[in-house]
Design a binder for this molecule. Structure first.
Ligand code: ACM
Ligand code: ZN
Length: 778
């Protein structure tokens, strides 16, 4: 009896002890060094961990103000995640301490190392900035709501791939408060971004106080109203305005500097200047009057380079700008400057004559006039110790001798500039425009400008293409993403468009190509998203939705469907168009489809937490999943997965031709041969064209269908000529069906001819792009 009692007490004690240690273990978390951006080298080792407790101190080198501030950042960051705010000192014993130091010998000034053992964590950098990145890595290693945190012994070595890691914010289209700009800078800092490109002036608002030209802000910072939607012609009737005083700008520049971010101001010239012209109409070719723009786009009224006052103006403005911004670079814009006013302006024409500018090498004299403006401004700024950055339009005509080119219309401008020995920052729309939609499911999104740049696309960006030699690649200083704000009014919306794509950007900027891996990135992303949540950021959650890969399989002649989620959450799907539920089929691996169906899939997580519904209609025809040979090369930007796209049964859902559903061809006859595998009877052929004439994408002009039994001799089955009688821009999905008496054949050849652009269109006389999503034979 006694023995039994002792035993039972012992069991109870053991149970109690083990439950304690279980609880203890539960509330203790181990730092996970798998952060974004991923460090170059992480080597963990066995041994006792470093325990973060309230008695831990942060040490910094005495007398180093920047390192003192770094120590304060670290204390604040740890406090946010763990509730422990270590004391800061420069005179404590080097035990139970996080020791910050500089003096790491490294060719890269932004390189740092972190060493963790039982007694201490040391972060040593090649500069104070480098230590700051080490601090960010350490703080991101800690989960967002950690209580008791331990750090396993580790040695981390890290350095960024690119020295220029940028992010832009347009505050001209929609003004953002100085406080929000600081919050934006915090977001950049969290992602090791070191350049904040601040787009301060545009047609819709001038946002920087210039003492010599006070009307720039009195008049130019205010617009009467803003167009509703995408230039609908309807206006909201609400004034919009705002600007930063020079004191506010100094404060923001200092705020960024403390976080090792250089602010690069952009004064966009000579185009995108309507706000300035509204304030000083004498600087335009016609003399005005002008209004601060309330709609979006490119405006013909630009600065008049024929008049000397224009240069007096620009030099005064830039003189004040360079006093405010210690940045080596001043961005002078240069994009989207129409030449129509210059062509008609006697001052501009006199200047062209005086400079003996001529049409040559495919550019007009007026392009060389813009080159003159850029070169003159460059000289002015070079003399003051500054360098210019310009958008890739500055390549048109003659590139200013020392200019750095920001390549946005694609990679081509950047490639050309690098080949000419100029420095380049890559920011092509297809990867780096965060004002573009991040999902194809745009119905559920706030209105955006269009386009499609999902996070995976951002991640995949390689800014130094193989076509460049190593020497030329060295001119690619780095990459940046841009947030234009025509449609992005509120801070919440800014954050939504930026996060988490900025996380993918930061890896493209920081991590060497051989270490980049999107799947691995996705495993590291939820930790960062938790931190976003903790910091109160409004991030987009598309990464938690179901992802679908739908690939035509030409062996089984069906569509292979693979569904996945970032966290392997259970996915349920239906094939009858109904919304999935836990009672629907649970996805357990790739499946195939051959018939017309509508797939709907949804992740259902713990507690019944549901993702958005993924929805995809399959429009199969007799041609679907049959071998197709494309005899025309698509535009490389719109080729995607190749010819299989044209027989995958998947239609483009809208005229957003960048979603990956539409294949694009640049002014060529599209010729495709479909092998039906056996003689097959058909009596209709259908193609769908996406038309956006504003983007030079036109309907087909002729469709010809031919048949063959041997894939060598073809006979015409049917054809259709199409006449586009529109005299203004239009945008739609044009569906064309050829109907004919039944024909039986094994091979069908389809030719789709482009349209010669009409006289009313800027591209008149040359052939338009043609975009098609599917060839259906039935
Ligand atoms: C630009 O997007 N206009 C540079
Ligand atoms: Zn002029």
């Amino acid at each position: 009896m006694k023995k039994f009692k002792i035993l039972s007490v012992l069991i109870a004690v053991i149970a109690l002890l083990s439950s304690c240690s279980l609880k203890e273990r539960k509330s203790t978390e181990s730092a996970n060094y798998q952060v974004i951006p991923l460090p170059s080298e992480i080597v963990t080792s066995e041994g006792n961990p470093f325990v973060l407790s309230s008695s831990v101190k942060i040490l910094f080198p005495e007398g180093n103000e920047k390192m003192h501030r770094n120590a304060e950042f670290l204390a604040e960051f740890l406090d946010i995640s763990t509730g422990i705010k270590p004391d800061i000192t420069s005179a404590a014993p080097e035990k139970n301490a996080i020791i910050l130091g500089i003096g790491l010998q490294h060719s890269n000034k932004e390189a740092y190392e972190i060493v963790v053992d039982e007694n201490s964590i040391t972060i040593t950098g090649a500069s104070e900035a480098a230590v700051f990145y080490g601090i960010q890595t350490l703080r991101k290693s800690v989960s967002a709501d950690a209580k008791r945190i331990v750090f396993q012994p580790v040695k981390i070595k890290d350095e960024p791939r690119f020295a220029y890691r940028g992010m832009m914010l347009d505050v001209a289209r929609h003004f953002q408060s100085a406080d929000f700009v600081k919050r934006y800078i915090d977001i950049l800092a969290l992602h090791n971004i070191n350049r904040f490109h601040w787009h301060l002036t545009d047609d819709q608002g001038w946002r920087i106080e210039i003492k010599a030209y006070p009307k720039l802000t009195v008049i130019g910072s205010q617009r009467e109203q803003t167009v509703v939607g995408r230039n609908t012609g309807e206006y909201d009737g609400k004034p919009h305005g705002g600007f930063y005083t020079q004191e506010e700008i100094k404060d923001i520049v200092k705020y960024a500097q403390d976080r090792y971010i250089t602010v690069i101001p952009e004064i966009d010239l000579p185009g995108h200047m309507l706000a300035a012209l509204a304030a000083y109409p004498e600087l335009g070719c016609t003399g005005g009057p002008y209004e601060v723009a309330g709609s979006w786009g490119v405006f013909d009224d630009v600065l008049c380079p024929g008049k000397e006052e224009t240069f007096t103006f620009l030099e005064s403005v830039l003189s004040e700008v360079i006093e405010l911004f210690p940045s080596e670079y001043i961005h002078i814009g240069g994009d989207e400057c129409p030449k129509v006013r210059w062509e008609e302006c006697s001052d501009c024409q006199a200047r062209i004559k005086e400079l003996k500018l001529k049409d040559k090498e495919g550019h007009k004299a007026e392009h060389y006039l813009q080159s003159y403006v850029t070169a003159r401004i460059e000289k002015f700024l070079n003399n003051k110790g500054k360098s210019i950055i310009g958008w890739d339009e500055i390549l048109e005509g003659e590139l200013a001798p020392n200019a750095t080119v920001m390549s946005w219309r694609g990679m081509e401008g950047g490639i050309q500039a690098a080949q000419m020995g100029h420095d380049v920052i890559m920011t092509p729309t297809a990867y780096c425009y965060f004002d573009y939609y991040q999902t194809q499911n745009t119905d559920e999104e706030p209105l955006a400008i269009g386009g499609y740049v999902p996070i995976e696309k951002v991640y995949s960006f390689e800014p130094a293409p193989e076509i460049l030699t190593d020497k030329q690649k060295a001119h690619i200083l780095g990459l940046q993403a841009n947030l234009w704000t025509e449609y992005i009014e509120t801070p919440d919306y800014v954050e939504y468009m930026v996060m988490p794509r900025i996380a993918a950007l930061s890896e493209a900027q920081w991590v060497k190509p051989e270490k980049k891996n999107y799947e691995a990135f996705l495993t590291r992303l939820p930790g960062l998203l938790n931190l976003y949540g903790k910091l109160g950021y409004n991030y987009a959650t598309h990464v938690f939705d179901v992802q679908a890969k739908m690939i035509p399989n030409f062996e089984t002649n069906s569509l292979d469907v693979e569904l996945s989620t970032i966290d392997n959450a259970p996915v349920y799907y239906t094939l009858d168009g109904t919304v999935p539920a836990v009672s629907s089929t649970k996805y357990d691996g790739k499946f195939s489809i051959r018939e017309n169906t509508e797939i709907k899939a949804m992740a259902i997580r713990e507690g019944g937490n549901t993702s958005k519904v993924l929805s995809e209609k399959i429009n199969a025809s007799k041609a679907s999943y049959k071998p197709i040979t494309l005899l025309t090369t698509p535009d490389p930007n719109y080729r995607y997965t190749g010819e299989g796209m044209l027989v995958d049964g998947l239609f483009g859902n809208s005229t957003n031709y960048k979603t990956g559903k539409w294949m694009g061809f640049k002014g060529e006859n599209i010729v495709a041969i479909i092998d039906m595998l056996e003689p097959t009877e058909i009596s209709t052929a259908q193609i769908r064209n996406c038309v956006v004439t504003g983007d030079w994408i036109f309907d087909a002009s002729e469709i010809i269908l031919e048949s063959s039994d041997n894939n060598s001799v073809f006979t015409i089955v049917n054809s259709q000529k199409l006449l586009d009688a529109n005299t203004t821009h239009w945008s739609d999905i044009a569906v064309h069906t050829l109907s004919f008496d039944p024909v039986t054949a094994r091979y069908f050849r389809l030719t789709v001819k482009p349209t010669v652009m009409p006289a009313w269109h800027p591209g008149k006389g040359s052939k338009g792009y043609v975009f098609i999503d599917e060839i259906s034979l039935n």
